[in-house]
Design a protein around this ligand. Sequence first.
Ligand code: HAM
Length: 418
Amino acid sequence: MPAIIAPRGTRDILPAESWKWSYIINTASKTMTDFGFREIHLPVFEHTELFARGVGETTDIVEKEMYTFNDRGGRSITLRPEATAGVMRAAIENNLCAQGASAKLWNWGPMFRHERPQKGRYRQFYQIDAECLGISGAMADVEVIALSIEIFRRLGLKNLEVVINSVGCEKCRPVYRQKLVDYFSAHLGELCETCKDRLNRNPLRILDCKKESCGRVSDGAPDIFDSLCDECREHFAEVRSGLERLGFTYTLNKRLVRGLDYYTKTAYEILSGDLGAQNAVAGGGRYDNLASAIGGAKIPGVGFACGLDRVALVMEEQGCSFGEMPAVTVYCVALDNESRGAVQVLTHKFRTEGISAECDTSGRGFKAQMKSAGSCKFACIIGADERANNSVAVKNLSDGSQISIPVDEAVTYIKERM
Ligand code: HAM
């Protein structure tokens, strides 16, 4: 019988990689706290309707990429393809934004999209997500963009580009949408099959098509800035001047339309020059109509998510530091079988005192135990002599020196030398 392997597009994050992930998450967590964001935990599956109405019926995500199934009660359930809709659902359900209150929330975890797997693109991938709910002013957009940039700065990422755009609102976007439909209808023959299909369902997405022929047509498409209403125009100007005030450089890309339909006004992405085709390490923007689309009162919002898998890839590629790999401080070694019990007692003592310690639990001999001790700072060795006089031999593994001390003093001795 062939061994069962992980499904396509998923992978195991093994210990050699996962300590690096912890470093990224801890850095993000500290940065979120420094910006006043608080962590929440959300379900990994939601009612399908949340994403259909929130992310948008005509998006690739909802049309083609969701892991949707009926549960045993016959309800349609979907593994979350992203976090924003779930955060907004939780805020509405738990009244986090009642009476005009605001909430700054972050979370991280797995997301699921049935995409074609390639470098930096997986079917189960991980996002670090931040959402600022209840504030409609441009300062919140600036804060969110600054937060994402600061996380990457602390992680030491280089060669990043911040790209921003405004996608308008419910008042001005329909006008722009119609202009696009008129324009692209006149160039239908030049569009790829996917974009022909997008023409009436989601014409803004044509602007984002990576095919060369579609790109050429889009080059001549009407400019979104000519269609923005005064409110959106003003909001975007404030976002730009806010970013400039903080000293950030960014690129304007009038063709940046994101793959989720809930965006209004600001849309942005952070791109890495070291990732190949899947070059976005983060994406986000404002979504003032998401709450009403999923049946809540009007709650404005702005946020972003960064792809943990991709950030780890870029950091590896750029040789960024992940801090120090966690190592065990002490390895306790039994010289003979009779000493194994005393060794386990000492190991447990170290652990309860907050000193990381290990000992062999599988009955291996002295040599094998010393080999395992190799990656630790100290070996604490117990044999018949040590048991007879309640002592322990402490070997400093970096300089090879060894002394004998009372076993009761071992914790203090190691603590002073950690
Ligand atoms: P998104 O652009 O779909 O936005 O995803 C955000 C980030 O998740 C991407 O920039 C990328 O780094 C990572 N990502 C997306 N798909 C994959 C994949 N298949 N494999 C690996 N990484 C991936 C959102 O999801 C929005 N909810 C962001 C947001 C938050 N907007 C407002 N608030």
